[in-house]
Design a protein around this ligand. Structure first.
Ligand code: G6P
Length: 606
């Protein structure tokens, strides 16, 4: 959601903070602000809109002087996105400035209490209560004030706090926060993307912990204020991975990275032709104890789960359901220790997904997480983790996150089927071989569609786009439609092709575009009939089909071809041109591709 950064050093803080905010802007871009202290007073600059507005307003931070500070880039929850609601928020006496990511659930009660005590509020945010609580609890010791204020808060929050006298604090509760250890300077941020330009040595704070940062030291405390020793971890991502590297947008860069990310995720897990996961194994007894699998996630991660469902059921003959985390968490689900819960999340911080995980774990489920961000909350809460090695994903619309999740699910299905004794050696070897070939096939899916921007130019005029397909094709439709609506704001929905005639076809007419996925060969002829049906109602058809399929040419108006892979892995090759299609349509329509309106990459609030 929001991104926060903090800096303590001996050089000017504001330029470092603003650079950090730029790297976290994918988390929210409604407003941006920094507060720095020169040891005597706090200087604040904040403004509605992108981080660029903040950097223009302050001449890249040169106008606000001070060597410690905090910064914030906002995705508004409480209060409209304007200059006043922008963070940092100040205490009335000017002693404290606060930045916050998350939601303070009891803010209304606290606001009432503080108002009664004579504090006046400048903004509509939940965050401002923290600034006033700090003032109320300050008795000469800023650390004690931070601890006392935090103990009054309910909800999820990571906080950055500076005190006018030059002290800097970071607090974590159910919201990501990472500390970075530099040489003669120290940092914190919501995500390592803002830390890697400075250091690869990081400390992952746990819930309830807080830290004080000075240029020379970081001290971490538990909830009761006792110093705790924390391990220092090394970040594997380098700074280039979090930069655009010559591409116009992060999204395009990340689409192009997919062959390499697939390889990085899959290859290290294949040893001597056998699939092995480094942090996940089950005994035979544990395996046979599982009688169902529930996959839960939000957004694209859920759609990767839809692909996984078809593949796991096909190979393992275990019932699999895919549940939206936001529904599962409140549904009083029927779950016990025979359930394997597979939780999928790129960020590992999605609030609904975390809540669903906790709910199901409390009911006895064994939890396997498929996560991209090392040390994230979901990775910590799960019983087992399989990381996707996609590297940092910055564009709000996920691409490499999704394909690497699908890759892990494919591997999991093969691994599980083998362990359950359901797979012949020949089939196993063939699938492993096919996995090895996938990076090349993904590259071919890109190469075959180098001209897709022309198709996007022709079709970007449509305002209603239906994605239809059957079986695995239907699973891909969901993600294809989501990509398009997320970044181009075109109404796009996925429908199971066979379900079309039960309602949705009433909407299809001249002026509708129907994107038909026709790669699932066992049902190809049925999908062809669906093409006839929509064409008969005047729709234009863009088909996605396997290379070499000539039949499709006579039916569809335009065709996107993808290479032939093992049929189970088709979704991965298919989604790539659909990502590119969405990208170029959005570009034609002049949309801000990496920062789509109303969205944030990491939804850490409910
Ligand atoms: C947000 C993003 C989506 C993403 C979803 C789940 O809604 O805009 O692109 O798929 O969150 O995120 P996660 O980090 O849990 O995979």
């Amino acid at each position: 959601m929001c991104g926060i950064v903090g800096f303590a050093g001996t050089r000017e803080a504001a330029p470092v903070l603003i650079d950090g905010l730029r790297r976290l802007e994918y988390r929210g871009y409604d407003s941006a602000g920094v507060a720095v202290s020169d040891g005597a007073a706090i200087n604040v600059a904040k403004v509605k809109g992108y981080v660029k507005n903040l950097s223009d307003m302050t001449h890249d931070g040169a106008d606000i002087r001070g060597r410690i500070g905090v910064g914030h880039t906002r995705w508004a929850t409480h209060g409209a996105p304007n200059d006043v609601n922008a963070h940092p928020h100040m205490s009335s006496d000017g002693r404290f400035a606060v930045v916050h990511n998350g939601i303070i659930e009891n803010y209304a009660l606290l606001r009432q209490e503080l108002t009664k005590n004579g504090y006046t509020f400048a903004s509509d945010t939940d965050t401002e209560v923290v600034a006033h609580l700090l003032e109320m609890y300050y008795d000469g010791d800023a650390r004690r004030a931070v601890m006392k204020a935090a103990s009054r808060l309910e909800g999820s929050y990571s906080l950055g706090v500076i005190c006018a006298d030059g002290r800097l604090f970071a607090v974590r509760e159910q919201s990501p926060l990472i500390l970075g250890l530099g040489v003669g300077e120290n940092y914190f941020a919501s995500d390592v993307a803002a830390l890697v330009p400075h250091t690869k040595n990081v400390i992952y704070l746990d819930d309830g912990e807080f830290a004080e940062l000075t240029p020379d030291a970081i001290t971490v405390y538990d909830v009761r204020g006792r110093a705790v020793e924390k391990p220092v971890s090394k970040v594997a991502w380098d700074v280039e991975a979090a930069e655009k590297g010559g591409y116009e947008h992060f999204m395009l860069k990340e689409i192009m990275e997919q062959p390499a990310c697939f390889k990085a995720t899959v290859e290290p897990r294949i040893k001597d032709g056998r699939i092995e996961f480094e942090n996940f194994d089950l005994t035979d007894e544990e395996l046979h104890d599982i009688n169902r699998i529930i996959i839960t996630a939000c957004g694209s991660a859920g759609y990767a789960g839809q692909v996984g469902r078809y593949v796991i059921e096909e190979l393992c003959r275990v019932p699999v359901s895919v549940e939206l985390a936001s529904e599962l968490r409140y549904r009083n689900p029927i779950i016990d220790r025979h359930t394997l819960l597979v939780v999928i999340s790129q960020s590992g911080e999605t609030a609904d997904t975390i809540a669903a995980l906790r709910e199901c774990k409390a009911r006895g489920a064994r939890v396997l997480a498929i996560v991209n961000v090392v040390g994230s909350t979901i990775a910590k809460l799960a019983d087992h983790v399989i990381y996707t090695w996609a590297g940092p994903e910055i564009a709000v619309a996920t691409t490499k996150g999704y394909t690497t999740q699908a890759a892990v699910l494919d591997m999991l299905a093969i691994w599980l089927a083998d362990r359950l004794g359901l797979m012949e050696k020949e089939r196993y070897d063939a699938l492993v071989e096919a996995l090895h070939a996938m990076p090349g096939q993904i590259q071919r899916a890109i190469d075959l569609n180098r001209g897709i921007h022309r198709l996007a130019k022709k079709l970007c005029k449509y305002n209603d786009i239906y994605f239809i397909g059957r079986n695995l094709d239907y699973a891909v439709c969901m993600e294809g439609a989501l990509k398009l609506k997320e970044i181009s704001y075109i109404f796009a929905e996925a429908y199971a092709a066979g379900e079309l005639k039960h309602g949705t076809i009433a909407l299809v007419e001249q002026g509708s575009l129907v994107v038909t996925l026709a790669c699932y060969e066992p049902l190809f002829d049925k999908t062809m009939s669906n093409i006839e049906e929509v064409k008969a109602r005047g729709a234009e058809v863009l088909a996605v089909a396997l290379e070499g399929n000539r039949k499709i040419l006579s039916k569809a108006d335009d065709v996107i071809f993808v290479p032939r892979t093992d049929p189970l892995f088709n979704p991965i090759a298919q989604i790539v041109p659909l990502q590119l299609f969405a990208y170029y349509v959005a570009k034609e329509r002049g949309c801000d591709i990496d920062k789509p309106k109303n969205l944030a990459k990491s939804v850490t609030v409910e």
